[in-house]
Design a binder for this molecule. Structure first.
Ligand code: GRF
Length: 206
């Protein structure tokens, strides 16, 4: 499966997906890294693995339709079959969501539908979880629809919240879980063990 990964930051999730693909654990090839941020650490990681990079910042386009068609053209140029968002901080244009319906996922560092939506990213998520007095948190891989963090859930796992946790210590624990579940979630698709019929997702555990 020809995979594009979108990222805006350090790219540790990108790295875990690339590692899983290169080890064969994930039957996919990461052929493109898309970022809005020319200074993103993920770009260095992509270069180290000879993975093509495309830097397209929607904020630089007056005309969002032009941006969307450029992005679509880039994806089809690389014959992309599946898209994974991994710490990507921009909304995905509706044209892309439609074109890749059922073939575009995102990872969120909390137990959606809780603690998701606009503005819920980075340490804010973990701070909100702790302030809510939750006993556990976790990570969620979900299909992307036109909303924010609102598509059907593909895979979700939990981590405990420990006494004395700070947003930083919780973020670190959740990030480690992300690195484990993202490749596994993508493997559900490459191994055809998932059925996404609109809002319903059925996982057939092999
Ligand atoms: C992760 O916490 C992910 O859940 C969120 O953004 C962060 C990305 O981190 N969407 P990295 O760039 O993959 O290290």
């Amino acid at each position: 499966m020809r995979l594009a990964v979108f990222a805006s930051g350090g790219g540790s999730n990108f790295q875990s997906i690339v590692d899983a693909a290169e080890s064969g654990a994930l039957k996919a090839h990461v052929v493109l890294c898309v970022s809005n941020n020319p200074a993103a650490g993920v770009l260095e990681r992509a270069k180290k693995h000879d993975i093509s990079v495309s830097i397209l910042n929607p904020s630089e386009y007056e005309n969002q339709k032009e941006y969307a068609s450029l992005l679509l053209a880039k994806l089809s140029e690389h014959k992309i079959e599946f898209v994974a968002l991994a710490g990507y901080m921009k909304m995905i244009p509706a044209e892309i969501v439609h074109e890749y319906s059922g073939r575009i996922v995102n990872i969120h560092p909390a137990l959606l539908p809780a603690f998701g939506g606009p503005g819920m990213y980075g340490l804010r998520v973990h701070r909100a979880v702790l302030e809510a007095g939750a006993s556990e948190s976790g990570a969620t891989v979900h299909l992307v629809d036109e909303g924010y963090d609102s598509g059907p859930i593909v895979l979700q796992e939990t981590v405990p919240i420990l006494p004395g946790d700070t947003p930083e210590s919780l973020a670190a624990r959740v990030l480690k879980l992300e690195h484990q579940i993202y490749p596994r979630a993508l493997a559900l698709f490459t191994d055809h063990r998932i059925q996404a019929d609109g809002p319903d997702v059925t996982v057939h555990n092999a």
